[in-house]
Design a protein around this ligand. Structure first.
Ligand SMILES: Cc1ncc(COP(=O)(O)O)c(C=O)c1O
Length: 436
């Protein structure tokens, strides 16, 4: 058999194996685990990955290039910078704004307004870059930064806003953007949970200068591990790529011609003399790159993205409609008028006055094989690693504490079909009927 035939046979076997081993499984109520999230894939992902493995380029290459182009098209954004996680994307985005080469960039001690109810690695890069997080309250229901807290948060050191569109629910961008413009602040949107969400018809992540995504399996598309920074600014994109790639100055991209893309690889560099541009480091960087095998999976996932977003919205609506009669026991999710969320999950908040505790409800659901999660770090200031962080706190964070005490979520991901969603609704109804 020649290599072409071997390849075809490998692909044929991989497809057959995938449908046998990873095909749909029947739903057995009470036995099948109802995940809060998970990867949804078929043979396309495995075939692309096997293709990348057989090619053995391994580091980011043609699949990564294709991924950048296709994701850029989906988002309507010029520059996509893939990285190895959403946390890395956040680190790259904030570090980019701290580049000494950036006019008006962030400097140590500058303040960044951010909600205290967060995923930890939205706040971590602020601290890692010697900036000061200014922690503000969120709203219960939307679980996003409360725009009323912005003016009270302002000081003469305020330079940026960094916040997530929590669980895919777009933050109130009219007021936030107006505030950022008025005070000339940088704005970075953590869209790790919000791929495909829109506000006033516009994709989230395109309101500020930089935005981030995660491709961990729980998110809208996956690469196993992965993430991306995106921006419409060529200047910021070049800095972000440099920080991702060891801090190097060279911006050749994937084709890597011997003389460099610029045709001036060997040049005089002040302080270095005649030097190879590939080894000129103009930033203090990291290595946060992806492999082409990850990108190959991402390309197959992108083909399904529109369908994934539609399924998440549909599943959310099924749960939302089904829970209306229990709105006195739990706060149901809310979204701003102009928001069109591509939901990550279905959040609920148990009222302090409810006749049961959140822990009871979560334990009950878990006992019914329904996965639950609390809203990430809750109040970040109560987390062991963050208790003593240098920060400024605005107000009493009352809602943040309520979220920390009462909020949890169940899944809406595309792997959940109608029988599974009905099972969640039935289980919740059974629990709530003990009290109403
Ligand atoms: C809002 C938010 N930001 C950042 C991250 C970090 O992404 P990753 O797990 O890919 O590092 C997550 C993870 O779920 C997240 O929910």
């Amino acid at each position: 058999m020649d290599s072409k035939e071997l390849r075809e046979q490998i692909f044929h076997l991989v497809a057959e194996y995938t449908s046998q081993v990873h095909g749909p499984t029947p739903f057995v109520p009470g036995t099948t685990r109802i995940q809060y999230a998970g990867r949804v894939f078929d043979e396309r992902e495995l075939l692309n990955m096997v293709d990348a493995v057989l090619e053995f380029w391994i580091t980011a290459g043609r699949y990564a290039e294709q991924f950048e182009a296709q994701l850029g098209e989906f988002l309507g954004v010029r520059h996509i910078i893939p990285v190895n996680s959403g946390s890395s994307a956040n680190l790259v985005a904030i570090s980019t704004l701290c580049s000494p080469r950036l006019k008006n960039g962030l400097r140590p001690g500058d303040e960044v307004i951010t909600p205290a109810a967060a995923f930890p690695t939205t706040i971590a890069p602020i601290l890692q870059n010697q900036l000061v997080p200014v922690l503000v309250d969120s709203t219960v229901g939307e679980y996003n930064l409360d725009p009323d807290q912005l003016e009270p948060a302002l000081s003469d050191r305020t330079r940026a806003l960094f916040f997530a569109h929590t669980l895919g629910n777009p933050a109130e961008m009219d007021r936030i953007t107006a505030f950022a413009r008025k005070h000339d602040l940088w704005m970075v949107e953590d869209c790790c949970d919000a791929l495909g969400s829109r506000y006033d018809g516009q994709m989230v992540g395109t309101f500020g200068q930089l935005a981030t995504l995660s491709f961990y399996p729980a998110h809208h598309i996956t690469m196993g591990e992965g993430g991306a920074v995106y921006t419409n600014s060529a200047r910021l994109a070049r800095l972000a790529r440099s920080i991702r790639d060891w801090g190097r100055d060279c911006f050749c991209g994937y084709d890597n011609p011997p003389d460099g893309k610029c045709g001036r690889r060997f040049r005089h560099v002040p302080g270095l003399g005649d030097y190879d541009h590939r080894y000129v480091f103009s930033e203090i960087g990291y290595n946060l790159k992806i492999t082409d095998v990850q990108a190959a999976m991402g390309v197959a996932q992108l083909e399904k993205l529109a369908h994934f977003v539609a399924a998440r919205k549909r599943n959310f609506q099924i749960l939302y409609q089904g829970l209306q009669s229990f709105a006195t026991l739990i706060a149901l999710p809310r979204w701003w008028d102009k928001a069109d969320p591509s939901w990550f999950a279905f959040p609920m908040t148990v009222a302090d006055t409810a006749p049961f505790a959140r822990a009871d409800l979560m334990a009950y659901l878990e006992s019914q094989r329904i996965e639950t999660r609390v809203l990430f770090a809750g109040n970040i200031l109560n987390q062991p690693g963050y208790r003593d962080i240098p920060c400024r706190v605005v107000g009493d964070l009352e809602n943040t504490d309520r979220i920390a005490r009462g909020t949890f979520f169940v899944g809406v991901y595309p792997g959940l079909d109608r029988p599974r969603l009905d099972y969640i609704l039935d289980a919740l109804a059974l629990f709530f009927h003990r009290y109403v």
